[in-house]
Design a binder for this molecule. Structure first.
Ligand code: G1P
Length: 289
């Protein structure tokens, strides 16, 4: 598949405090949903759009991510020798993909993480995927966003309507619907419900242009004392249009315990090997409650 977007940036340097103690020594991006870590879902979602170059922004205690996408000689030999062909294929299916890793030395926020890739991205648009937002693998959100980018040649961000009481967990936009997309007027990071311009929340899928770097370089700390991507987008929208695309399928906030459990249940029910027996288990469980 040909695409105008060749690179995906996967920020993975966050501390994962919402999932402690599990994330004390292991990256939250490596938490599994059924049998794959969160970050692999984001990688496979990008690959399904024709993206084959990844820049993962890591930090301390994140070595497991690099190991996960590397070859594993001993394990491969063992699987070969014991005839476990399917498993061998499974662990090697991403071996043709290029991964680069950049360390964000200090966790100064999402905007700062994106700025770290500047020297490695030439003058081209790129996708940003936050891997704790899991998108239903059967719903091609990123592909739809790339199509919009190809028509508009401006940044595109994914949106979801959230309950008013939850707006302070997200970047929130003010915008007007133009056909199938929102033309964004303004964005605020994690507002109080009474100050929120809408209940349209930014979710972790962005198509950005390199214009963002120049702004991030000058960006002052915002919410939580961090360099916020939302604040930089607020500056961009004064210079060029940004479009918001309302998600039409399912999204799970897998960085949150309840969201993680919902994603696990739904994706287990979609898994061919598990769905029948898992459905039966759930059914009996609910009946017994
Ligand atoms: C980040 C962004 C926020 C966005 C959210 C989506 O926040 O800063 O604007 O709404 O991702 O998941 P975080 O979840 O990293 O606090």
């Amino acid at each position: 598949m040909k695409t105008t977007i060749k690179k995906a940036i996967l920020p993975a340097a966050g501390l994962g405090t919402r999932f402690l103690p599990a994330t004390k020594a292991s990256p939250k991006e490596m938490l599994p949903i059924v049998d794959k870590p969160l970050i692999q879902y984001a990688v496979e979602e990008s690959i399904s759009c024709g993206i084959e170059e990844f820049i993962i922004i890591t930090g301390k205690h994140k070595r497991a991510i690099e190991d996960h996408f590397d070859s594993a000689f001993e394990l491969e030999e063992k699987l070969k020798n014991t005839g476990k062909k399917k498993l061998l294929e499974e662990i090697n299916k991403l071996s043709h993909i290029n991964f680069a890793y950049i360390r964000q030395r200090i966790a100064l926020g999402l905007g700062h993480a994106i700025l770290c890739v500047k020297p490695f991205v030439s003058d081209e648009p790129f996708a940003v995927l936050l891997s704790d937002d899991i998108i239903d693998p059967d719903y091609p959100l990123l592909r739809e966003m790339i199509k919009i980018y190809e028509q508009k040649r401006c940044p595109v961000i994914a949106l979801e309507e959230v309950p008013k009481a939850e707006v302070q967990r997200y970047g929130i936009i003010d915008g007007v619907l133009e056909g199938d997309v929102y033309k964004i007027n303004d964005l605020v990071e994690k507002p109080e419900p009474r100050n929120a311009p809408s209940n349209l929340a930014i979710i972790g899928r962005y198509i950005l242009t390199p214009d963002i770097f120049e702004i991030l370089e000058k960006q002052r700390p915002g919410f939580g004392g961090e360099i916020q991507l939302t604040d930089a987008l607020r500056e961009i929208v004064r210079r060029m249009p940004i479009y918001g695309y309302l998600i039409k399928g399912k999204r799970y906030d897998a960085g949150d315990k309840l969201g993680y459990l919902k994603a696990t249940v739904d994706l287990a029910l979609k898994n061919k090997e598990l769905s029948e027996s898992f459905k039966k288990f759930l059914f009996e469980k609910v009946k017994a409650e």
